[in-house]
Write a protein that binds this ligand. Structure first.
Ligand code: HPA
Length: 276
């Protein structure tokens, strides 16, 4: 019964988006904006603005700095849906917090999910202000948003979860701006507390390049729903213990605000390249 209600919320939400957009052909690309990436919302032309609160399958959003609205429009020539705000697994301990969102995007015809986040760097050669293209992830939380799913599709192949062809298009777009992108491994930690210095040393030894509290559950949901994924991390700090400055969410947001403009320029170029 619960499953049926969920499915009908997803279908209703997708229908509502088509209705608001006044077309059955919604953009095939959706962008999720994390901390620091909010300025992309101002770049959406002819935007139709839908608050998450109007969308039955969408969760309420709880972190300062995230607005909770969906924009349907275009950036340059590229039609896009831009999602301002995500629900994090650390809010209620639910790795499936974004399930309704991702399923709605799939039901609405989205084929490509572009994710953005703020992350801590595990390498002094990847400093705050830089953007990292996620090539792979470590699900260290070892929770799955697919718990409770049935059928063989739940055994999702995670090789190439961050699509190689999309990554090379993103690399080409970055190169034209003269800003070659470092690719790396993103480690998901549940949070909301930051890591200890010992955890940061562990993550370095495990082969991670950046650490954050999001993105991985959405990637799993998206791959399960058949979407391709591209993901970018805006580095807002060095991991705990790697620098003298202490960490706080305020600091994440303030570094993100300073560096966000350049990151958004890059993202616009990448969206144009994905559309071509
Ligand atoms: N750790 C986890 N998440 C983060 C960090 C960090 O250092 N910076 C921004 N998000």
């Amino acid at each position: 019964m619960q499953h049926l209600e969920f499915e009908s919320d997803v279908q209703r939400t997708a229908a509502l988006l088509r209705e608001r957009a006044g077309t059955a052909a919604l953009p095939a690309t959706a962008v999720v904006l994390g901390s620091g990436w909010g300025a992309l919302a101002e770049r959406v032309q002819d935007a139709i603005d839908v608050p998450y609160g109007d969308l039955p399958a969408f969760p309420p959003i709880g972190v300062g700095g995230h607005a909770g609205r969906l924009l349907i429009g275009r950036i340059g020539d590229a039609p896009v849906m831009v999602l301002c705000g995500r629900k994090h697994a650390y809010e209620a301990g639910d790795a499936a917090a974004m399930k309704g969102v991702i399923r709605t995007l799939a039901a609405a015809g989205v084929r490509t999910l572009v994710q953005t986040n703020a992350a801590g760097s595990l390498d002094v050669a990847l400093p705050p202000g830089d953007v990292m293209l996620i090539a792979d992830h470590l699900n260290l939380v070892q929770r799955s948003p697919l718990i409770g799913e049935v059928g063989n599709e739940r055994f999702v192949d995670m090789v190439d979860a961050y699509d190689a062809a999309l990554r090379s298009r993103a690399q080409a777009a970055a190169a034209t701006l003269g800003r070659p992108l470092r690719e790396g491994v993103y480690a998901w930690m549940l949070g909301p507390q930051f890591e200890t210095p010992a955890e940061i040393r562990m993550l370095q030894r495990l082969g991670a390049d950046a650490v954050g509290m999001s993105t991985v559950p959405e990637t799993i949901l998206a791959r399960h729903a058949g979407l391709k994924v591209l993901a970018l991390s805006l580095i807002t700090n060095l991991g705990c213990g790697l620098a003298d400055v202490g960490l706080s969410h305020h600091q994440t947001l303030s570094v993100a605000e300073q560096a966000g403009g350049r990151a958004v320029e890059l993202l616009c170029a990448i969206l144009a390249a994905l559309h071509d």
